[in-house]
Write a protein that binds this ligand. Structure first.
Ligand SMILES: C[S@@+](CC[C@H](N)C(=O)[O-])C[C@H]1O[C@@H](n2cnc3c(N)ncnc32)[C@H](O)[C@@H]1O
Length: 287
């Protein structure tokens, strides 16, 4: 069973089953335009092995990493083994120096870039993926005693899950044009911040502000018109519920850490929006 090999902000490991439970029994291809760490995609592969999947994330280095894992599995594992052996063989100061040297490096080949991304993700502070204005990964070194840089069994399981997948790095609007009637799409955009009281002042540091949320709702309506099943997750913000008011909007409780040490947990609802109600109304009359 494959599980995400990257820690990714907004990872949906806890929501994956709830998402897949709401999918129709039969559908054509599976599309995931906001792939991130792929928690739902990898779970999907267990439930529907061998299905055609089209996965996408605008982050080009991330999409390239999935393609390298699929097409050059052994080369990638060798690169990671060498990074892992070097890092784990050092003392604390040596590990930090090696981390910053890898962070500063710019590998010229896809396998080198993919190994760098996985290595940094496993050894950086909190497993964050953060890029500064000039597009450089700038997270400091983490403090894991024995980080699992090379989890060969899981990486091979992920490569198998990716074997029949198309991987692209487009904007979600372009990625969704590939969906055909009868296909199914799961949309997991960067969440609209709950702390925002007005959609006009929406925080857009992640590059995904209110205009993108509106554009996404238009894509959701377009998928529905074209007879494509669509399921979307987002924060339980009234402005988001209002964007999708003609669809099935459900609040799902999600347990999450509510302080920085992660020792206090609370249940914060998230939204799942499905177009199944509208699609059912569009079905041709059997008579
Ligand atoms: C909430 S995360 C997805 C998390 C994923 N479901 C998981 O389980 O890890 C949203 C993703 O959307 C990507 N993204 C942001 N803007 C995008 C856009 N305009 N088109 C496609 N992908 C985008 C980000 O790179 C990020 O990986």
């Amino acid at each position: 069973m494959a599980t995400p090999f990257l820690k990714w902000a907004g990872g949906k490991a806890k929501l994956a089953q709830a998402v897949l439970d709401r999918f129709p029994r039969d559908f054509g291809a599976y599309h995931e335009p906001f792939l991130g760490g792929g928690a739902v995609f990898f779970r999907f592969g267990d439930v529907h092995p061998g299905s055609q999947a089209r996965i996408n994330d605008q982050n080009e280095t991330l999409a390239e990493t999935y393609r390298v894992l699929r097409d050059q599995t052994d080369t990638l594992l060798d690169r990671l083994r060498s990074l892992s052996d070097h890092y784990l063989g050092e003392d604390a100061a040596g590990r930090a120096a090696f981390y910053y040297a890898v962070r500063a490096s710019e590998p010229a080949d896809p396998a080198g870039r993919a190994a760098r991304l996985i290595f940094l993700n496993r050894t950086c502070y909190n497993g964050l993926h953060r890029i500064n204005r000039s597009g450089r990964f700038n997270v400091p070194h983490g403090r894991y005693l024995r980080p699992r840089i090379l989890d060969e069994d899981n990486l091979r399981a992920c490569a198998a899950a990716l074997a029949s997948a198309d991987v692209s790095s487009l904007d979600f609007g372009a990625a969704c044009t590939a969906a055909a009637p009868g296909d199914a799409v799961y949309l997991d955009p960067p969440y609209f911040p709950l702390s925002t009281t007005s959609r006009f002042t929406a925080y857009t540091a992640n590059g995904f502000g209110w205009p993108e949320q509106e554009r996404l709702a238009a894509v959701f309506r377009d998928l529905t018109r074209r007879g494509v099943f669509a399921l979307l997750s987002n924060s339980a913000h009234p402005a988001i519920s209002a964007l999708y008011e003609s669809f099935e909007v459900e609040e799902v409780p999600m347990s999450r850490a509510i302080n920085s040490r992660g020792d206090r947990r609370d249940s914060i609802p998230e939204l799942l929006v499905s177009n199944a109600n509208v699609l059912a109304g569009q079905l041709p009359n059997p008579s």
